[in-house]
Structure formats: structure tokens, C-alpha cells
Design a protein around this ligand. Structure first.
Ligand code: SAM
Length: 282
């Protein structure tokens, strides 16, 4: 390689780079360019990242930065970032999302080191977009705990949250989690997103009981994101509907009142119309 082929070096700082969650074709153009131009790559498992870099035909020093990294490892990385461009990747997906990096970013920012993040694949976001569950609001809660009591406690804590819930899950624990969801959050729709972007990608939705039966008969393999739909709006009681109809009837005809209250409550328009006529006759 001569000097004109060598990529321009990057300015110093921390570059958080998302990498594929299975399909190597999902690396972004910016991720590839940044990996080619950086000085070093901090990663969880050097063998995993070496494989990605080989695929991209890039060779860089790899520095281990995993869950066991301590103050000293961090201090060494921060020191390097003062004069060099250091990329942070995880084994797959977006760093910091149930992966190492939070302390590194927080300390780099506190020390005035430039930090930027290159967005890309992330399993919880892909799962949410595939699941068919409401995506306007969601709560991502990492891995459900391993122990039965702790798992139920987390589900109980989140029971009143009116958003889709997104968790990481493992194949051996899926059955127990589905069982707990059926007991603690009955009536919720659930989705299991498995092996995303890979050959056997699937996203299966249903009740926790249906999914538990399916996966008991077909033990799941691979990586999993588990999603739980929000609580369904409680049906308005007859008394609520009557109150709303009475109020609506003060300014509109029975048919219009029935239409408006139907929209508000989800109750059947014809039933509401009949009730509005009764109320008018009272
Ligand atoms: N930071 C990563 C991200 O942004 O996707 C997630 C890292 S977390 C330690 C690993 C978990 O993500 C797996 O146990 C699994 O629950 C989920 N996951 C990762 N890749 C996946 C895939 N291809 N399909 C389904 N779930 C996946």
C-alpha cells in the first residue's frame, strides 16, 4: 500500500460503532470507514472482532474491554483517546445496550474527550419493528432475571407500564419466562423474535400459553428477544358509558352521541345508540 491508498486518520476521541447482529452485510458504510481510519479498536472478545475485521479486510490493534474491565483498563483507554481515535465495538449490535461501555462513555465525556456514536444494528429495535406490537412507546428492560421469584418481581413491577416491554432472553429460559408472563400478565400479547438477520430468523406472536406450547414442542435455539404488548385498555363500565352519553346528549343528537362515546370507549355504536334513546326518554 502506498501513501495515497492509506485512509486519512480520524481526529482523536471515542467512536462508538454498532456492528451486525448476525448478517455481516448489515455493517454500515460509516462503520467500515471508521474502522479503517481509526488507530485502535476496543472490543469485548478479540477473536470475535478479529473475525469481523478480517471480513472487512481491515487490520488494527485490538484492545480488550469487556464486563470485567476495571479502573486501570479504562484509564489506559481514556489516555489513548486523548491523542488517538479509539473505536468501541461489542461482539454484536450496538455497544452499551446490555453490553460494556457505559462507564467509559461517561468518563470520556466528563474529561472533555470527544465522543461520537455511529448507529446501526440493535436486536431490541429490530425485534420491535418486526413484532407487530405497538411501537410508539416501549420500555427496554435488558435480560429478565434467571431466578423465578426475581423474574416475577420484575414482571409485577412492570405490569402497570402502558407500553410494549422488550427483554433479551435465552433459549433455555424462554419456557419459564412465558409461563411467568402467563401468570403475572394474563391476556397480554407476546412476541418471540429469534435469530434476527440470520438464516433461521423468525418472529412468532401469540398468547404466552400458545407460545409456551409451541416452544415446548419445538425447543428454540439461538438468540432471542422477548416482547410483551401493553395492557389492553380496560372496558368502560356501563356507568361510565351512561355518564358520557348523558353529557353528549346535552349538545347533540342520539346518533352523534353514540358515535362519539363509541370512539372514546371502544363500545359498540348500536348498543350505545339504543341506550342513548332510552336515556333521552327518561
Ligand atoms: N448490544 C446488543 C444489541 O444492540 O443488539 C445486544 C447485546 S446482549 C449482550 C445479547 C442479547 O441480544 C442476546 O442474548 C439476545 O437476547 C439479543 N440478540 C443479539 N443478537 C440477536 C439476534 N440476532 N436475534 C435475536 N436476539 C439477538
Amino acid at each position: 500500500m502506498n501513501d495515497t491508498d492509506r485512509p486519512e486518520p480520524l481526529s482523536h476521541g471515542l467512536y462508538i460503532v454498532a456492528t451486525p447482529i448476525g448478517n455481516l452485510g448489515d455493517i454500515t458504510l460509516r462503520a467500515k470507514e471508521t474502522l479503517a481510519r481509526c488507530d485502535a479498536v476496543a472490543c469485548e472478545d478479540t477473536r470475535v472482532t478479529a473475525k469481523l475485521l478480517r471480513h472487512l479486510e481491515i487490520s488494527k490493534p485490538l484492545w480488550r474491554y469487556d464486563d470485567h474491565a476495571g479502573e486501570k483498563d479504562r484509564a489506559r483507554l481514556l489516555d489513548a483517546m486523548r491523542s488517538q481515535a479509539v473505536v468501541l465495538v461489542s461482539d454484536a449490535g450496538t455497544p452499551l445496550i446490555s453490553d460494556p461501555g457505559y462507564r467509559l462513555v461517561s468518563e470520556a465525556r466528563a474529561e472533555g474527550i470527544p465522543v461520537t456514536s455511529l448507529p446501526g444494528p440493535s436486536a431490541p429495535i429490530m425485534a420491535l419493528t418486526l413484532s407487530g406490537l405497538p411501537s410508539d412507546r416501549f420500555l427496554f428492560a435488558g435480560f429478565l432475571p434467571n431466578k423465578d421469584k426475581a423474574r416475577r418481581d420484575v414482571l409485577e413491577e412492570l405490569a402497570s407500564v402502558r407500553t410494549t416491554l422488550v427483554f433479551f432472553e435465552t433459549a433455555p429460559r424462554l419456557g419459564k419466562s412465558l409461563e411467568a408472563i402467563g401468570e403475572v400478565l394474563p391476556g397480554r400479547e407476546v412476541a418471540v423474535a429469534r435469530e434476527l438477520t440470520k438464516l433461521y430468523e423468525e418472529c412468532r406472536a401469540g398468547s404466552p400459553e400458545e407460545l409456551a406450547r409451541h416452544y415446548e414442542a419445538n425447543p428454540p435455539r439461538g438468540e432471542i428477544v422477548l416482547l410483551i404488548g401493553p395492557p389492553v385498555a380496560e372496558e368502560a363500565s356501563e356507568a361510565d358509558a351512561d355518564a358520557l352519553l348523558r353529557e353528549a346528549l346535552t349538545t347533540m343528537k342520539a346518533s352523534q352521541a353514540a358515535g362519539q362515546v363509541s370512539k372514546l370507549t371502544g363500545l359498540d355504536r348500536k348498543v350505545l345508540y339504543a341506550r342513548a334513546m332510552e336515556l333521552r326518554g327518561e
